[in-house]
Design a protein around this ligand. Structure first.
Ligand code: SAM
Length: 300
């Protein structure tokens, strides 16, 4: 197995302390079990569990995350080829990816904006949470990824999703104060997804890469803030641990948009840090990758 960049390890130690940094580095070595979400728009947990048992698939429910299960005796690619995945009754999704929609907590009938949506994991999770009622506008800039998003929404039967190929930094011009809830799952330096089994997951790591992402995140956050209705809820999430893109970004945001206030929330994962009010870092573990989630409310 290859080695992580030294400056990255030093940053982790400064940020979290040596024991936690060592635990994070150990988590980067893990081969995690595949996890899935039963797509409640198409099937019930009971139906899917019955069919998995018939196929000899061993699984266990993930505590605290509705419809989520970890599979013990199949690989991700085997599950992707399964009938259940092919017809959209299950969707393969990591635990860390399921957290931001839980924090946003969209309700049936609401109007939701997903500003960086492809491939649509969180979009379709939210569609299921909303029982297919209401509207989700799912924005993605990249053409190839946009096609994946369209395909995911179609496979999952998420008819209330309107996929839109657009630059998320500009959406607020057309739709100011239009949404009850906004998810900004921003492009990021992806430190939480590092795997020592795949050198590509960290070969691009650099402070410059972090700064480039932070610049785009600020532009996306400005747009997200303006598309929200007064009283609306914003969740900002990344899959990185870099403070410049996470708690540092929230400090900037609250200075720039004083009409927002952080909202406290909980998540069903054990290894967490709370770098400030309304913010949670899920540290990478044996079970899941790392993620940062912040929840804010716009004043009425
Ligand atoms: N939320 C997605 C999910 O759960 O499946 C993952 C989103 S991924 C972290 C970030 C996405 O933002 C990428 O698909 C990227 O192409 C897209 N993106 C980057 N810049 C964008 C922009 N200016 N406007 C809209 N999407 C953008």
């Amino acid at each position: 197995m290859s080695k992580l960049p030294k400056p990255f390890v030093e940053r982790l130690e400064n940020q979290f302390g040596k024991p936690a940094a060592d635990a994070i580095s150990a988590a980067f070595k893990e081969q995690r079990r595949p996890t899935l979400r039963v797509n409640a728009l198409k099937a019930s947990d009971e139906e899917v569990m019955g069919l998995m048992r018939e196929d000899g698939i061993q699984f266990e429910r993930i505590r605290g995350i509705p419809h989520a299960m970890a599979v013990k005796n199949r690989s991700s690619s085997e599950l992707l080829e399964s009938y259940l995945a092919q017809q959209g009754s299950i969707y393969l999704q990591g635990i860390a990816s399921m957290l931001a929609p839980l924090a946003l907590d969209p309700r049936p009938g609401e109007t939701v904006l997903d500003l960086c949506a492809a491939p649509g994991s969180k979009t379709t999770q939210m569609a299921a949470m909303m029982e297919g009622k209401g509207r989700i506008v799912a924005v993605e800039e990249d053409e190839v990824r946009f096609q994946k998003l369209q395909n995911t929404a179609w496979m999952q039967g998420a008819k209330m999703v309107t996929p839109r190929q657009a630059d998320g930094t500009l959406v607020h011009h057309e739709e100011p104060e239009a949404y009850d809830r906004v998810l900004l799952d921003a492009p990021c330096s992806a430190e939480g997804r590092i795997s020592l089994r795949d050198a590509r997951s960290y070969s691009f790591w650099s402070p410059k890469n972090i700064a480039i992402h932070a610049k785009l995140q600020r532009r996306l956050l400005r747009s997200a803030a303006r598309t929200l209705k007064p009283g609306g809820t914003l969740v900002y999430s990344t899959c990185t641990l870099a403070p410049e893109e996470n708690e540092g970004m929230m400090k900037w945001f609250l200075g720039e948009f004083p009409e927002f206030a952080p909202v406290e929330f909980d998540l069903p994962v054990s290894s967490v840090r709370r770098p400030g009010k309304g913010m949670i870092i899920a540290l990478p573990t044996k079970e899941h990758e790392g993620a940062f989630i912040a929840k804010l409310q716009k004043r009425r």
